[in-house]
Design a protein around this ligand. Structure first.
Ligand SMILES: NC(=O)c1ccc[n+]([C@@H]2O[C@H](COP(=O)([O-])OP(=O)(O)OC[C@H]3O[C@@H](n4cnc5c(N)ncnc54)[C@H](OP(=O)(O)O)[C@@H]3O)[C@@H](O)[C@H]2O)c1
Length: 267
């Protein structure tokens, strides 16, 4: 039996991709769900399907995580009303490929707001009651992009580096109080992410994991109370091998993978 049966999970970015896969998997395990994203119609139809199929409660809360007011709204409409959140999946996020100087600044600041600031705020809000109860867990979606600078994906990779080290630190802080924090590092995964980020304009290899594989790796690692998991053998091997090269060499390799076909810097 899943440890999350009859518990409640809040999943951000549950309307597509990895977040939706978390919702489907946890629902099948008997977990009650709180789903949030901007695409409310998609969330409502997913919620209806999961309720009738698995006999669980599913609550939908619309949020735009670029808006600070919505971070508080998520807390007020759940824990604030006595609805205990046992598992928080901070999954919502997006990237943008291109020359840093040419990508719109507003879009990159929005990325930091959604990927980092909202994640820190939600972690802070929902961690407090978990620590008081001495139970609960937080899954943070980082990336293999977290392990090095990624030219042409600079801001995105930096947001994921933040999530990785932030989560590792919290893992150690929270361990004595039986609250788990896990950083999940997927490599390329077949979701909407690629289209939103524009990664099809790069030479990045096309071998992708499925969202279900990422979710399985996450839940296994959480059960083992690991601080970090790199999803997929090939991705884990790549991250491991990076240790044997200088940071400059690794960054140059990343540059070759992520350079868009059309860029003004062809060096
Ligand atoms: N796919 C990959 O290759 C890959 C690799 C490594 C890490 N990741 C990470 O995995 C996580 C999930 O990505 P994915 O691959 O599942 O991408 P996806 O299919 O594009 O899904 C992204 C989710 O984030 C939500 N979101 C985006 N901006 C939001 C905002 N302002 N407010 C609220 N929700 C927002 C989207 O919902 P709405 O549009 O409905 O708001 C959507 O549900 C991200 O953190 C991503 O960085 C992905």
């Amino acid at each position: 039996m899943s440890e999350w049966k009859h518990k409640t999970a809040l999943i951000t970015g549950a309307s597509y991709g990895i977040g939706e896969a978390f919702a489907r998997r946890l629902a099948a395990d008997g977990t009650n769900l709180i789903l949030t994203a901007r695409s409310v119609d998609r969330l409502e139809s997913l919620a209806e399907e999961l309720r009738s199929r698995w006999n669980i409660t599913v609550t939908v809360i619309a949020s735009d995580l670029a808006q600070a007011a919505d971070w508080q709204k998520l807390f007020d409409e759940t824990e604030g009303r006595g609805q205990q959140v046992d598992l928080l999946v901070n999954n919502a996020g997006f990237g943008a490929v291109g020359d840093f100087a040419d990508l719109p600044l507003d879009r990159q600041l929005e990325m930091i707001q959604v990927n980092v600031t909202a994640l820190v705020a939600l972690t802070h809000k929902f961690l407090q009651p978990m620590l008081n109860r001495k139970s609960g867990a937080i899954i943070q979606l980082a990336s293999t992009a977290a392990f090095q600078g990624v030219p042409y994906f600079a801001t995105y990779a930096a947001t994921k580096s933040f999530i990785l080290t932030f989560s590792e630190a919290l893992w150690a802080e929270c361990r004595p109080l039986d609250v788990r924090v896990l950083a999940v590092c997927p490599g390329p995964t077949g979701t909407h992410f690629q289209a939103v980020a524009g990664t099809e304009r790069t030479k990045r290899p096309v071998k992708m994991q499925t969202p279900d594989e990422v979710v399985q790796a996450s839940l296994n690692a959480l059960a083992a109370n690991r601080s970090v998991v790199v999803s997929g053998f090939g991705n884990a091997a790549m991250v491991f091998l990076e240790r044997f090269f200088s940071r400059q060499t690794v960054t140059r390799l990343a540059l070759n993978l992520y350079r868009p076909f059309s860029t003004r810097r062809q060096s």
